[in-house]
Write a protein that binds this ligand. Structure first.
Ligand SMILES: NC(=O)C1=CN([C@@H]2O[C@H](COP(=O)(O)OP(=O)(O)OC[C@H]3O[C@@H](n4cnc5c(N)ncnc54)[C@H](O)[C@@H]3O)[C@@H](O)[C@H]2O)C=CC1
Ligand SMILES: O=C(O)[C@H]1O[C@H](OP(=O)(O)OP(=O)(O)OC[C@H]2O[C@@H](n3ccc(=O)[nH]c3=O)[C@H](O)[C@@H]2O)[C@H](O)[C@@H](O)[C@@H]1O
Length: 491
């Protein structure tokens, strides 16, 4: 094939390397905008024309803080042609979906397709190029499943003017720009010691001098990404375990405990808030992937599995407890449909799972979310069609004095709304309603604190039995009393 010289390698203004970002989704669009905001020329490419149109400001962008202001800047362009985007740049970031597969790993078909497209574009040029995978994958995938695709399609070998790196961002939805530009560290996996220089140059410019770049092998970087996410879920689940223990302790208060535990610098305070369990497009799937890797190489997978099993157990147990408090035909309002405050994303939302459980028990459920109502409607389409769940985005459409209100996310405006509704029972998993605001006539249930408005002697008795005559100790204290061991064993 005839190779054409590409204009890619150097920026015409003599600036930092020009970057192509393949995949302008929830993460890619903001990452591309962040790269362009710091002086580099960036060309985004997406197979979805609506995402391409967002870059020029022709369509409203995602509701990421700061993103709208960065669209339409002259250094940031987008197109639908992989060849155009790649040949005008010297570094290509790939941030396309890697959905979970039925074993718990990540599907690679979108990344493979992207690597083919990059390979075909690079086959036409002799210019040096660096390909950086940023999507979440299992350790080994980049080198063993994806590098051959790139080499076959380009007719070039990695190491010979073609660099391959793995560099996933640590960004949470709702703060992608901030997290990308100000991370605790940047993670850079390189094919061998001599590669990755172009990416380091990009990072040095974008991230500033204070951010360490952890450069390591591709496989170590793949594992590091997975390790951070799975460690975070373990931390959240640990906080939820403390919350469930505090439910049964006279005067228990999970925030007092986690504040103190988190102030130990070996532990740290972040993601140590007991609440509603973890959801979203990322965290719920990463333990399954780590467990799969562990199992395949013969390492105990139980730690990762137990985290997920405990998370599911807490959700199911909390939902059952609410169902037990309601009669069929009762009305329940769930405030917040997204997996966390500040986003319209409903993937693996704990709130929608609760809606399903309550509706299945015959409760009339109304879910409120200003941003996520339409996405929630798609997820709960069957229940909405059956008339068991109603989804609204206007406070005026909420029923007054329902039997139950649940404040599902930490969105500040939901607290006022919950109080206005004057429910009989108010479930406040995140303990957002301060005691002086508890409305008269409403029973308030806060996860991680004993039910102060209706003290439950049975819960305290469970603790007292620790010191009772062993013959009187209830079975539930013994192993298996919660059914958790069965859950782990089933996985
Ligand atoms: N959502 C999150 O908070 C985070 C996600 N990640 C990882 O980043 C990756 C992407 O995630 P999201 O941005 O959430 O996905 P997304 O689904 O929001 O966006 C992916 C984009 O890629 C585009 N695309 C698919 N195939 C393409 C191709 N061949 N060429 C060009 N564009 C293509 C799609 O049209 C879509 O716009 C996943 O691996 C995810 O695990 C990493 C950190 C955070
Ligand atoms: O790899 C990824 O995709 C990303 O996954 C998470 O980002 P995200 O899922 O957007 O959101 P988080 O803010 O971490 O929250 C995740 C879930 O944990 C819950 N959570 C969070 C904090 C906490 O203390 N307790 C708790 O239950 C939240 O409500 C939410 O459901 C990580 O925070 C990012 O660093 C990572 O890059």
């Amino acid at each position: 094939m005839m190779r054409q010289p590409g204009p890619g390698a150097a920026d015409p203004d003599g600036g930092p390397p020009a970057v192509c970002v393949l995949g302008l989704g929830r993460v890619g669009l903001a990452v591309a905008a962040a790269l362009a905001s710091h002086g580099g020329r960036v060309c985004g490419v997406d197979i979805d024309p609506r995402r391409v149109a967002m870059v020029a400001g022709h369509l409203p962008a995602d509701d990421e803080p700061g993103l709208a202001e960065l669209l339409g800047q002259h250094r940031f362009s987008a197109c639908s042609s992989h060849a155009d985007g790649i040949r005008r740049t010297s570094v290509t970031y790939v941030i396309v979906p890697t959905p979970s597969d039925d074993r718990g790993g990540y599907e690679l078909r979108h990344v493979q397709r992207s690597f083919e497209q990059i390979g075909h574009a690079l086959a036409q040029s002799d210019e040096p190029h660096t390909v950086v995978l940023a999507s979440t994958v299992l350790p080994g995938a980049t080198r063993y499943a994806l590098q051959p695709v790139l080499e076959d399609a380009s007719g070039r070998a990695v190491g010979d003017g073609l660099d391959l790196c793995y560099s996933p961002p640590f960004v949470a939805l709702g703060s992608v720009l901030r997290d990308f530009l100000h991370p605790d560290f940047a993670l850079l996996g390189v094919a061998d010691g001599a590669t990755g220089r172009e990416v380091e140059t990009v990072y040095r410019r974008v991230l500033g001098p204070g951010v360490p770049i952890r450069t390591m092998s591709i496989e170590n970087a793949e594992l590091t990404k997975l390790a951070v996410n799975t460690f975070l879920t373990m931390k959240i689940t640990f906080a939820n375990t403390l919350a469930a223990l505090c439910d049964h302790l006279p005067g228990g208060d999970v925030d007092t405990v986690t504040d103190a535990v988190g102030s130990d610098s070996r532990v740290g305070p972040q993601l140590l808030t007991g609440g509603f369990g973890y959801g979203g497009p990322c965290l719920p799937r990463d333990n399954a992937a780590l467990a799969l890797l562990a199992e395949v190489v013969g390492v105990p997978p139980e730690l990762a599995r137990a985290t997920d099993a405990a998370d599911r157990w807490f959700s199911a147990h909390r939902a059952e407890a609410l169902v037990a408090r309601l009669r069929p035909e009762s009305t329940a309002v769930i405030l917040g449909a997204a997996y966390k405050a500040g986003t319209s994303v409903v993937d693996a939302s704990q709130s929608l799972e609760l809606a399903r459980v309550l509706a299945a028990a015959g409760v009339h459920v109304v879910v409120y979310d200003q941003r996520a109502a339409s996405a929630a409607g798609r997820v709960l389409a069957a229940a909405v069609a059956a008339g068991t769940v109603r989804i609204v985005d206007e406070p005026a459409d909420l029923p007054r004095s329902p039997d139950l209100v649940v404040i599902a996310t930490t969105d500040a405006q939901l607290t006022d709304l919950a109080l206005d509704l004057r429910p009989a029972l108010l479930a406040d998993p995140w303990r957002l309603v301060t005691r002086e605001r508890w409305p008269a006539g409403t029973e308030v249930l806060q996860y991680g604190r004993p039910n102060a408005t209706r003290p439950d002697d049975a819960a305290f008795n469970a603790v007292r039995s620790l010191w009772a005559d062993r013959s009187e100790s209830p079975e539930r204290i013994g192993p298996g009393g919660t059914g958790m061991d069965a859950l782990v064993a089933e996985d």
